[in-house]
Design a protein around this ligand. Structure first.
Ligand code: NZQ
Ligand code: ZN
Length: 391
């Protein structure tokens, strides 16, 4: 295994009734606060009023940017950066899911430079991210882990690109408030998509042939079992605190770098999915759910089968005495059953209106016109075949 540095200094307030600390935490970073949020769920749930009251009580000056889209767009980031400069904002408070958090991080970076924020993400430019305004967040959806990672993914509808970059620690939130009860109002569909996303984050790192730490593999198996156990509970009973709490903390730990353990290998389903979202504006977790079992099927061979066996036996309890290939096939079936039957997500591109039109372009971009060096290295032609399997 490789050596690594682990440094994720995000202060987390986990649990109910923690927002009383919001004012004091914001004050550490200044007095002029830009609160960012999405399309209105926080107003409907009453969270908006609670937060505004806390900010006012702390004597802070509040500015707002609303309407951050799912699959957030670069124009919104530009608008936010402009507000930060004009209003001399000291600190940002993102209240929402991964989209709001991601956009806010890039707004925070955009506020500190004179160039277009897209230059940070544009593959041909990759402008350095040296500074950003401090970002705090109140997470409302368990899915992306943006609350504990230093990255964000932004869509440019003009170029059909959806691009992200992890630039820890500059973009790490300073403080994340994780109250599982805030996620009671998340729809069944978004709960299912969020759970599929958490599962995928772990699988992208678990399905790896590099020599690894046994301890991290066990941790990942625990995270995956957590999603498999609690997502159905949250669907059946949206206000089940135990279920929401387990999903929320699993979302953070799936992507906060801990389970990476120095692995060099790239992710596979995520680059493919980001192309789908870029061209069709679909929900991230749904795209992953359609891709993942097909990717597993495509990558299965004599060289990779051992990982499927470990996964199938330890995560789904498949009989270890069976033939390894049989265990692998049963593992793929178990993942499909979970995503499509238990979570109720759609299983094909056709059902969600995706056809072959952009397969070539999307596949070429997903591997950056080269090779995706994931679990099994994938070239454009491989990715096109996986897309075909999803139809
Ligand atoms: O916009 P509002 O009105 O708030 O409604 C949102 C949105 O419609 C709603 N929602 C959120 N919290 C709610 C709620 N509805 C009711 N009650 C609540 N408590 O849910 C919808 C989806 O929200 P969104 O933020 O888009 O979802 P998610 O958290 O899944 O974020 C997805 C975005 O994150 C990116 C994805 O690509 C996608 O753009 N990702 C970010 C990552 C990261 N930062 O590391 C990694 C991920 O792999 C992913 O790529
Ligand atoms: Zn994801």
């Amino acid at each position: 295994m490789h050596s690594f540095v682990y440094n994720v200094p995000v202060k987390v307030y986990f649990g109910q009734n923690q927002l009383g600390h919001l004012g004091e935490e914001l004050k550490r970073y200044g007095t002029r606060v830009l609160m960012t949020y999405g399309g209105g769920s926080i107003k409907r749930s009453g969270l908006y009023d609670t937060i505004v009251a806390e900010i006012k009580q702390a004597g802070l000056e509040l500015f707002e940017l609303s309407g951050i889209e799912p699959n957030p767009r670069i124009d919104t980031v530009r608008e936010g950066a402009k507000i930060c400069k004009e209003k001399k904002i000291d600190v940002l408070l993102a209240v929402g899911g991964g989209s709001t958090l991601d956009a806010t991080k890039w707004i925070a970076a955009g506020a500190c430079v004179d160039h277009d924020p897209w230059d940070f993400l544009d593959r041909s430019k990759l402008a350095p991210v040296e500074k950003a305004l401090p970002v705090l967040d109140v997470l409302t959806l368990a899915a992306t882990g943006s609350e504990m990672d230093g990255g964000g993914v932004i869509t440019n509808p003009e170029t059909h690109e959806k691009l992200g970059r992890i630039v820890s620690p500059t973009l790490l939130p300073k403080v994340s408030f994780l109250d599982p009860s805030v996620t009671y109002t998340v729809s069944k569909y978004q709960t299912a998509c969020g759970s599929a996303d958490i599962l995928s984050h772990v699988m992208e790192q678990y399905f790896n042939l590099e020599p690894d730490l046994y301890m991290l593999d066990c941790f990942m198996e625990g995270l995956m079992k957590t999603v498999i156990k609690y997502a159905p509970m949250a669907l059946a009973q949206p206000d089940n605190y135990e279920a929401r709490a387990n999903l929320m903390w699993a979302s953070s730990w799936a992507i906060n770098g801990f389970i990476t353990g120095g692995k060099q290998q790239a992710w596979s389903c995520h680059p493919m999915e980001h192309e789908l979202s870029a061209f069709y504006d679909i929900t991230h977790g749904l795209g992953l759910a359609i891709l993942t079992p097909r990717w597993m099927e495509y990558c299965l061979d004599e060289t990779t089968v051992s990982k499927y066996v470990q996964f199938g036996v330890n995560v789904f309890g498949i009989d270890s005495s069976l033939d390894p290939m049989e265990i692998a096939r049963q593992s793929i079936k178990a993942v499909s059953n979970f995503l499509y039957d238990t979570l109720g997500l759609k299983r094909t591109f056709t059902e969600i209106g995706i056809d072959r039109t952009h397969f070539q372009t999307m596949a070429k971009r997903a591997c950056n016109n080269g090779t995706l060096p994931g679990f099994k290295p994938l070239k454009q032609s491989d990715i096109e075949k996986i897309f075909e399997m999803c139809l």
